[in-house]
Design a protein around this ligand. Structure first.
Ligand code: 7TS
Length: 404
């Protein structure tokens, strides 16, 4: 990775507690390059207006730039623009999917299959759908090494399974799930496959057609883009069947006092004024990542993960969660130090300017599965360097010496 990339991220120049910032929490959210900050600001400065309504030149220009951003996001994941619904992020996208499939596909007595490694964003919407529709929620288990137990998943698939909702890359274990294989099996029983791609789309080449899922959710803020914008990709014929989650302006055809007809996707799912500047910012983030190349992004993540993983595994007082092979992981490592609470580790590292996350990372059932309340997690992105990983590791050794 070109070391100059770092210079594109103004925030990385700052200090924390008098020390240079080492930001290792990109799995929570990523920092923004100047190109993204400027794209958003330029829109406000030069082309700002609402979308989908005005006939005046500025409104047409704003609309053009909003739709241009949609086309960029679509091409980034191998899709058509009409299949990309802008949402506030992964959470909203998954709620939209769970609501829509609950209304159209899930019947009383049916099953929804999730996994034990889901982020709450891909669990709670399905709990709600199951409760609302009188369906059953089942979960495929995770092996001790942090992989999905595919035999268990297969055993839990049946003709009753209407939806299989799973994460592509676990935000705790780093596990990369074999989505294409699982999707093929799920389709064999007629289930719809919903993929939480919040931790994959930012970090590796993703082609929705190759994955074989039917609906795919991700967030802009984890891929160098602004907050408040994300997307739900859906197979066009499936999107056409789904009802909207939000009703209101600019998502309808015809409105009478007692009834209305929905617009076509994606407009149907974007009721109200959407996050226009944020979508344009996400378009700039996609341009930025495309310039680096997603293969290079993945390689860099793998290199930093391999470095951290190798060093952590060599320390007898450190427990690492998830697969030990960096080649089959996302760019993050969750770990714990024997007998020390993850919050204490994160707090002491912060004193040295190092930002990692300690907690349950919105995956409480997964932590319960491993019999622990929390873990520490270091996560990496394009702007991180091997030197930063080494600084983190030596600071971690000092934390261990101080608290053991
Ligand atoms: N799914 C996964 C796998 C995630 O990692 C996250 C956010 C979400 C869904 C929700 O995304 P949002 O953009 O809608 O909030 N994960 C994390 C995390 O690991 N630490 O902070 C947020």
């Amino acid at each position: 990775m070109d070391a100059r990339i770092r210079n594109d991220f103004p925030i990385l120049d700052r200090t924390v507690h008098g020390k240079p910032l080492v930001y290792l929490d990109s799995a929570a959210t990523s920092m923004k390059p100047r190109a993204v900050i400027e794209a958003e600001a330029d829109f406000y400065r030069e082309s700002y207006a609402n979308v989908r309504r005005g006939v005046y030149a500025l409104a047409a220009e704003a609309n053009e730039r909003y739709e241009e951003a949609r086309a960029k996001v679509a091409s980034f994941i191998g899709a058509q623009p009409g299949e990309v619904v802008f949402t506030r992020g992964t959470t909203e996208a998954l709620n939209l999917a769970a609501w829509g499939l609950g209304e159209t596909v899930v019947e009383p007595g049916d099953e929804i299959l999730v996994t034990e490694m889901e982020h709450h964003a891909n669990l709670l919407p399905w709990q709600e759908t199951a409760r609302r529709r009188g369906a059953r929620l089942a979960a495929a288990v995770v092996t001790p090494s942090g992989e999905l137990d595919l035999d268990d998943l297969r055993a839990k698939l049946s003709r009753r399974t209407k939806v299989v909702a799973l994460v592509h890359v676990s935000n705790v274990l780093g596990t990369v799930n074999p989505v294409a294989e699982i999707a093929a099996e799920a389709h064999r029983v007629g289930a719809i496959v919903v993929l939480d791609a919040a931790q994959s789309v930012p970090h590796m080449p993703v082609d929705v057609r190759e994955l074989g899922a039917d609906l795919v959710a991700f967030s802009g803020h984890k891929m160098l883009g602004p907050t408040g914008i994300g997307a739900l990709w859906g197979r066009a014929d499936l999107l056409a069947e789904l009802p909207p989650l939000l009703t209101g302006g600019e998502m309808v055809r015809e409105v009478w006092l007692n009834w209305a007809t929905w617009d076509e996707p994606p407009a149907r799912f974007e009721g109200g004024t959407p996050p226009i500047a944020q979508a344009i910012g996400l378009g700039a983030a996609v341009d930025y990542l495309t310039r680096i190349g997603m293969e290079a992004v993945r390689r860099h993540g793998e290199e930093l993960t391999a470095l951290a993983l190798g060093e952590l595994l060599a320390r007898p007082h450190v427990t690492v969660y998830g697969p030990h092979d960096p080649g089959v992981r996302g760019a993050l490592v969750a770990f714990s130090l024997a007998g020390i609470h993850p919050h204490d580790v994160a707090t002491l590292l912060d004193q040295e300017g190092i930002a990692i996350r300690g907690g349950h990372h919105c995956a409480q059932p997964l932590h319960r599965r491993f019999g622990i309340p929390a873990t520490c997690r270091a996560s990496f992105y394009v702007y991180n360097t091997p030197e930063e990983v080494k600084r983190f590791l030596s600071a971690l050794d000092r934390v261990w010496e101080a608290l053991r």
